[in-house]
Write a protein that binds this ligand. Structure first.
Ligand code: GLN
Length: 196
C-alpha cells in the first residue's frame, strides 16, 4: 500500500487529501520535513508560489524536497506547485525546487481571466476533463524527456517527465478524481519498481 503526502505549508491542502483518499489511498499532510520520509509520493498544491517558497525556506524544507526528488519518488505540482517544480521560470533568475525540465510562466492567462473552467483532453487520463484555472501559469517550453499530455488555447497545461507531473489547473477542486488517480498510479508503479 502506498501513502501520499500533500505539502501543507499553504494552499489547497485538504481538497487534495480528499481527492487522494477517494482514490482509495492514504493521504497525509506534510508540515515538517521529517514527515517526507514516510510517504511514497508528494503533491505540491496550488496557492501562491512566492508565499510557499518563503515558508519552504522558513521551515528548512528545500534540501529535503530535493532529496525526495533525487530518490526518484513521484511529485505532482498543481498550479503554484508546478511553479515550484520547474527548472526555469520566465522573468526570474533562479527556480524554486527546480527539478522538472520545463519553463513556466506565472499568471500567464491574462488578468481578464483571473479564473475560468475548461474541458480538457488529457492524454492517458480523460477525453473530457473539467479543469479549474485560477491565476494559472502555463508551460512555455519543455526539455527533451518531457511528455506533453495536454494543451489548452495552444498552451501546454499538463506535462510529465518520468517521476514528475505538473499541471496549470486545480484538479482537487472538482469531484472528478481521474487525474489524481493517474498520479496515484504513478506512485504505485514507482514503489513496485523500487521493491523489485
Ligand atoms: N498565481 C499563483 C502563483 O504564481 C498560482 C495560482 C494558483 O496556484 N492557483 O503562484
Amino acid at each position: 500500500m502506498v501513502k501520499i503526502g500533500v505539502l501543507a505549508l499553504q494552499g489547497a491542502v485538504r481538497e487534495h487529501i480528499k481527492a487522494v483518499e477517494n482514490c482509495g489511498v492514504e493521504a497525509v499532510e506534510i508540515k515538517h520535513k521529517e514527515e517526507l520520509k514516510d510517504v511514497d509520493g508528494l503533491i505540491l498544491p496550488g496557492g501562491e508560489s512566492t508565499t510557499m517558497r518563503r515558508l519552504i525556506d522558513k521551515y528548512d524544507f528545500m534540501d529535503a524536497l530535493k532529496e525526495f526528488a533525487d530518490e526518484g519518488k513521484p511529485m505532482f505540482g498543481t498550479c503554484a506547485g508546478l511553479i515550484l517544480l520547474a527548472k526555469n521560470l520566465v522573468g526570474y533568475d533562479n527556480p524554486h525546487i527546480g527539478v522538472m525540465d520545463v519553463t513556466v510562466e506565472r499568471n500567464s492567462f491574462g488578468r481578464q481571466r483571473e479564473s475560468f473552467e475548461a474541458d480538457l483532453e488529457i492524454k492517458d487520463v480523460a477525453d473530457c476533463y473539467p479543469a479549474v484555472f485560477i491565476r494559472a501559469p502555463h508551460i512555455v517550453d519543455v526539455g527533451e524527456n518531457v511528455e506533453i499530455l495536454c494543451k489548452h488555447d495552444d498552451r501546454i497545461v499538463v506535462a510529465r517527465e518520468g517521476q514528475f507531473l505538473g499541471c496549470s489547473f486545480h484538479p482537487e477542486l472538482t469531484e472528478d478524481y481521474r487525474f489524481t488517480s493517474y498520479f496515484v498510479d504513478m506512485v504505485k508503479e514507482a514503489k513496485t519498481k523500487k521493491s523489485e
